[in-house]
Write a protein that binds this ligand. Structure first.
Ligand SMILES: O=C([O-])CC(=O)C(=O)O
Ligand SMILES: [Mg+2]
Length: 231
């Protein structure tokens, strides 16, 4: 994934990206119900972790003694610049990670943390200066009370959206959208162009122009936009 594509995607809104994906036939790309915890914008390829339901005879506290426990391994192997995306089947009675793991992700240069479950230690996570974090809420209970980490870097569902490793996860104040990897570059370019045009339309509407002719822009409005862009 080239750096320019990531940079462009980080600057545009999830609303704009959703429209660009819809215009290419993709309707189910926004992770509904997932909210920002730290407020930082996010863009980076997905590295995934899949959880299945926990079972009491297997998921006991002693499993954390294994440093290769898949949850811990995910945190230690997500490549820098990638977003760790966790599939919790939308279940949040137990947290999918906590403050120490999130701090480790930040130190390792991860581009973000996304879960369709919950997180614990959220007051500390909210203070992280550089890591974008998105979750469905908070739960103080550790993950193995409900979740069993199984697979790394496989296709997952997150908030009922298909996420394939390498798809680009983009986050802003409204939440997270998943951009299929093969569309990332063209969507990034088209979304930037759409936002330049919409900034002009926004100015016109604020200055008193009616919707008719302005939004969507007719040829005359487009011509004024081109003149402003050239000038
Ligand atoms: O048990 C967990 O999910 C991990 C945890 O609290 C932390 O990372 O601080
Ligand atoms: Mg903790």
């Amino acid at each position: 994934m080239d750096a320019r594509t990531i940079e462009l995607l980080k600057q545009v809104s999830t609303a704009t990206i959703s429209t660009q994906l819809l215009s290419r036939g993709l309707r189910n790309t926004f992770l509904h119900g997932i909210k920002p915890l730290t407020g930082h914008r996010m863009a980076g390829p997905a590295f995934t972790l899949r959880y299945i339901p926990a079972r009491e005879d297997i998921d006991v506290l002693a499993v954390y003694q294994d440093y290769d426990h898949p949850q811990r391994k995910a945190v230690e192997t997500v490549p820098p610049g990638h977003v760790l995306v966790m599939d919790c089947r939308g279940q949040g009675r137990a947290a999918s990670a906590g403050g120490i793991l999130a701090t480790r992700l930040q130190v390792r240069g991860a581009a973000g943390l996304v879960t369709d479950g919950t997180l614990r230690d959220t007051p500390e996570i909210a203070k992280l200066a550089a890591l974008p974090v998105y979750a469905a809420g908070a739960s103080p209970l550790t993950n193995l009370a409900q979740h069993h980490a199984v697979d790394l870097d496989v296709p997952i569902g997150c908030a009922e959206v298909a996420v394939y490793p390498g798809d680009v996860m983009v986050g802003d104040a409204e939440g997270v959208v998943c951009v299929p990897r093969h569309l990332a570059q063209e969507v990034a370019e088209a979304a930037s162009e759409q936002e330049r045009l919409e900034a002009f339309i926004q100015q016109e509407i604020a200055a008193g122009k009616p919707l008719r002719g302005t939004y969507p822009p007719d040829e005359a409005t487009r011509e004024r936009y081109r003149l402003q862009a050239d000038g």
